[in-house]
Design a protein around this ligand. Structure first.
Ligand code: SAM
Length: 171
């Protein structure tokens, strides 16, 4: 089943770093794609370059109309918000045989998102970060398996107690 993340409200001048981190956390924790509501060719380049080096079939698309994307999504839409129902209660209610779209915001999220989402889910009820909320949600949803996927990139980091060990795989 596909897992995509929809990032709302990205402002290229201000949010480049955080949105890049949303994309990298999505990829590393088990999602298949990031969709960003604002067009940003630089962000697409950054994520594609990283994916080319470290591997995986992760997709990035920007300039995606959020309302149509949510309305037209064929599966379940989970909006992560501090105001939503508790993660622990929501997870068992999310069907596992449907594609999943996870929506995260930047600044104020339009009211319509709360109404269009299948579920509004909170990762604790304190305000924190879209990167943290996404990482915790994906890790709980995939039971840690997202982090353990094989990425088959040009390089592979070898876990090491000290220092940096990187294999060049010449792919
Ligand atoms: N104040 C904004 C609002 O009312 O929509 C939220 C700003 S917050 C910095 C940016 C995003 O982080 C939110 O849209 C949400 O997706 C995510 N987020 C922050 N805290 C969260 C929490 N406790 N649970 C789930 N998502 C959270």
């Amino acid at each position: 089943m596909t897992i995509a993340v929809l990032r709302l409200g990205h402002r290229p001048a201000r949010d480049k770093r955080v949105t890049t981190h949303v994309a990298l956390a999505a990829r590393a924790f088990g999602a298949d794609a990031i969709l960003v509501s604002t067009k940003d060719a630089g962000l697409e380049r950054t994520v594609r370059n990283l994916t080319a080096k470290f591997g995986g079939g992760f997709e990035v698309r920007t300039g995606v109309p959020w309302r149509e994307t949510i309305k037209g999504w064929p599966g379940i839409v989970v909006h992560l918000t501090m105001y939503g129902e508790a993660l622990e209660e929501a997870i068992p209610r999310i069907p596992r045989d449907r594609d999943l779209l996870i929506v995260v915001g930047a600044e104020k999220v339009p009211r319509a998102v709360y109404d269009l989402a299948t579920l509004n889910v909170s990762v604790g009820n304190q305000p924190h970060s879209e990167v943290a909320a996404l990482a915790v949600f994906l890790d709980r949803w995939l039971g840690g398996k997202g982090l353990k996927r094989a990425f088959s990139g040009k390089v592979r980091v070898v876990p090491s107690r000290r220092g940096k060990v990187v294999e060049n795989l010449n792919r």
